[in-house]
Design a protein around this ligand. Sequence first.
Ligand code: HEC
Length: 178
Amino acid sequence: MMRLLRQLFWVFLTLGFLFGIILLFSYDIIKIEWVSFMEIQPAYQPMEDPLPPPEGSIPIEGAIAIPGMGAPENPVETDESSLTRGAELYIINCRMCHGPTGGGNGPIAPFLANKPANLTSEVVQSKSDGSFFLTISNGITGRMPPLNENLTVPERWDVVNFIRTCFEPQENPREECR
Ligand code: HEC
């Protein structure tokens, strides 16, 4: 009888001991760093090529411009709200180079090797809205940065409307242009 009790005592002591050790791990009192590297994971790396759109997907805004099909048509009407947005976006994204009145004399223009275009000039104003849009979207290599990540598609058209409407010298400038 005594022997059985003693054996049971040892069995429970051993079990309790093992249980205690397991608790130490499960509460992270003892931590083991398993070999793991951040780069070994299925995540998509920032330097990899952009993922192609999933098969069969359709862009909800339609194609912005189809390469080789020329400049797109301006779908945004030149109304008061478009001009107001365009004026604000111009101040944020363009004015530092092209200047407050579009003359190409913004505050950082003196530091640029290639001077920003005078947006009021005949040469620039004779270009189409779509040509402005493409310039804003793609930039001009080595001269003007592409701004497609700063401005959404409708925002780019607002800026186009603004430079078209407000940078032509005019006798009675619209309210939004002043
Ligand atoms: C970093 C300075 C910089 C910024 C910012 C910038 N531009 Fe330009 N932009 C230039 C330069 C430089 C040229 C090229 C002038 C040249 O050599 O013909 C240019 C040219 C242009 C032209 C003339 C393109 C042509 O076909 O002749 C348009 C239109 C224009 N920019 C619009 C914009 C608009 C709109 C924005 C803001 C959304 C903007 N730019 C922001 C520097 C800038």
